[in-house]
Design a binder for this molecule. Structure first.
Ligand code: ARG
Length: 588
């Protein structure tokens, strides 16, 4: 459906043109005096200079020339030159009835669907997920869902950190602990065991142990570097260990992401990109995109317009080793070849911004991707504790994602069972659902690039700008609708009529913004806009609810109109939280 504001703007444009003014002045916004009118246009003020006329005179001309009138009932010029726009009573109601009948709630899909890859998650195998990975997963998942709702073809790629030195470390540690394993016997020619020689908890313990030992023990470090190099050159036994690490780690990651409601279409990783590297380097050298600098291979990416230095993108170290940038460039080679995407969105910690700037520039410059391919870096800020420092456990350690989810679930469980609104068996499940909303909404309601404070008390509160408050509002609507049905009411074929009260009108106009908000959230890669919207919507709904006797309304037509508005409000809230990546319980 066309955005409600565009429909109004069109009528104003006509009026501006008829009155002899340029239609670009016809910009309409929601009124900041909702008691006087629903929308306003300040174009007469903006045009005063160009037309050398008093704004009020222009406003009067425009108001006098308003004729289309399918949505606007009246436009009034008021001093010093505002145009107050009052809508026809039935207009918003008709618009909302149409939304109510549309499965997509009036969301306008893109005319030309794009192929978009979202690179998010980015966990490193063999290391537990921590809260840093939480942000990437939550934001990326939401962007993926929003882009899909807009009609685009979207692939979410987890881009595993599954290559490099960390793998050499684990192999070395395993070798120290169990030297008798066949992977370490170069004369072994038989089949390697199918079962991994470690569990996920052992793996997660081995990695940090190896990592700290390598920092103190030079010889051990050498071994790990050597193991990395052998693995990269296809060493048979080490490749088998690598496969075990992958299998054990990926199974655990899948479980964790599933509990977060996050899913990926592609489980590719840095390792998958490796086979594209030799050809890519060869071509970059031959075509003169790369140059040798102190034995290393680099691509210059500084541009004339830069105000600060952007160092060259290094793609091969002097010892021949590849780097993070090499892998990201090779991944682009692979993505271009396999998916030919129109856009790739990287959801990564903002501290990696320079790395991506270098990679993007190098990829364009060297023709690894087409000139018209859009590469976006959505860098997110740090999730801090109340002390303003990166979020930690009470003991000061790195907070594992699992523990965070469990802690919030417990907190929610306490609250829910205190309220006694839910039966014991449902309480645990409800606590999980509501807890997830607390975490995700708490994160997504902030502009992604900003650092934010993860405040457990605030995020789990049923009041204020929180996920649980949104869910509480949805549950409240569900319960009214249930009562309505229990009393014999039917939801079939009911329609909204023009609003009779301020709060009803406010709710209607807010619900009508859905289309506009989702589109903006997609265009600006900004899920926080959806949060801000549903918080406003929940607030106007709750005001309407407190001021209106809905089920006790005696006028049958009026009552049905209220119910239809509730149905739509619920659908808009539910569709919005799905786009944010969480759901609502039946009761709470
Ligand atoms: N594994 C990386 C990290 O933990 C993030 C990967 C981001 N994606 C990418 N294409 N580089 O920092």
């Amino acid at each position: 459906m066309e955005k409600i504001i565009s429909l109004i703007e069109k009528e104003m444009e006509e009026a501006f043109e008829k009155a002899g003014y340029d239609k670009s002045y016809a910009k309409v916004t929601l009124s900041n005096r909702p008691d006087l009118c629903e929308y306003q246009c300040n174009g007469a003020m903006a045009g005063a200079k160009a037309y050398r006329k008093a704004p009020i005179a222009i406003a009067q001309d425009v108001a006098a020339n308003l004729s289309a009138k399918s949505c606007i009932k009246e436009a009034e010029a008021v001093k010093p030159g505002f145009i107050n726009i009052r809508l026809k009573e039935s207009f918003a109601a008709d618009y909302l009835n149409e939304m109510n009948e549309d499965e997509a709630l009036g969301l306008t899909k893109a005319d030309a669907p794009k192929m978009i890859i979202v690179d998010y998650g980015g966990p490193n195998v063999a290391k537990p997920l921590h809260v840093g990975h939480l942000r990437s997963a939550i934001i990326g998942e939401s962007l993926k869902r929003v882009a899909r709702a807009m009609g685009h073809k979207v692939l979410g790629d987890i881009h595993l950190g599954d290559w490099g030195y960390q793998m050499g470390l684990i192999i070395t540690e395993l070798r120290c602990r169990q030297p008798e394993l066949p992977y370490f016997d170069d004369s072994f020619e038989g089949e390697y065991p199918e079962e991994a020689p470690f569990t996920i908890s052992e793996l997660e313990e081995m990695y940090p142990a190896a990592s700290s030992r390598a920092k103190e023990d030079e010889d051990y470090r050498e071994q790990a570097l050597n193991a990395t190099c052998l693995l990269q050159n296809g060493h048979r036994g080490y490749t088998a260990v690598w496969n075990h690490i992958m299998a054990v780690s990926v199974a655990d990651l899948k479980k964790n992401y599933e509990s977060l409601g996050v899913s990926f279409d592609l489980w590719k990783g840095e390792a998958d990109a490796q086979r594209y590297i030799p050809d890519m380097l060869k071509r970059l050298k031959e075509e003169g995109h790369a140059r040798v600098d102190d034995g290393a291979l680099v691509i210059d990416v500084q541009e004339e317009t830069d105000t600060k230095e952007v160092p060259p993108c290094m793609i091969q170290k002097s010892d021949g080793a590849s780097l993070y940038g090499t892998t990201d460039l090779a991944t682009l080679v692979q993505r271009e070849q396999d998916y030919h995407p129109d856009e790739i969105i990287y959801v990564v910690d903002k501290r990696q911004e320079l790395h991506f700037e270098q990679v993007f520039r190098a990829a364009k410059k060297a023709g690894i991707v087409r000139e018209e391919m859009k590469l976006y870096f959505l860098g997110f800020g740090t999730m801090n504790g109340k002390d303003g420092k990166p979020f930690k456990t009470r003991e000061g350690g790195v907070m594992r994602l699992e523990s965070l989810i469990a802690d919030i679930g417990e907190e929610m469980y306490k609250k829910i069972t205190d309220n006694r609104t839910v039966s014991e068996e449902n309480a645990a499940r409800t606590a999980q659902i509501v807890g997830m909303s607390a975490i995700k909404y708490g994160d997504l309601s902030n502009q992604a690039s900003k650092d934010y404070v993860f405040d457990v008390d605030r995020f789990t509160s049923f009041e204020g700008n929180t996920g649980p408050y949104i869910l509480y509002t949805i549950v409240r609507i569900k319960s009214i609708l249930n009562k309505y049905r229990e009393n014999g009411g039917s939801l079939e074929g009911i329609k909204m009529e023009g609003a009779r009260s301020e709060s009803e009108k406010a709710l209607m106009l807010e619900a009508a913004k859905y289309n506009e908000v989702i589109q903006a959230a997609f265009e600006d890669l900004a899920p926080h806009k959806i949060c801000a919207y549903i918080y406003d919507l929940a607030n106007v709904f709750n005001r309407f609810y407190h001021e209106t006797k809905i089920l006790a309304e005696e006028d049958g037509v009026r009552k049905k109109s209220y119910i239809a508005l509730l149905v739509l409000t619920k659908k808009v809230l539910e569709a919005s939280i799905v786009l944010l990546g969480f759901e609502a319980p039946e009761r709470m």
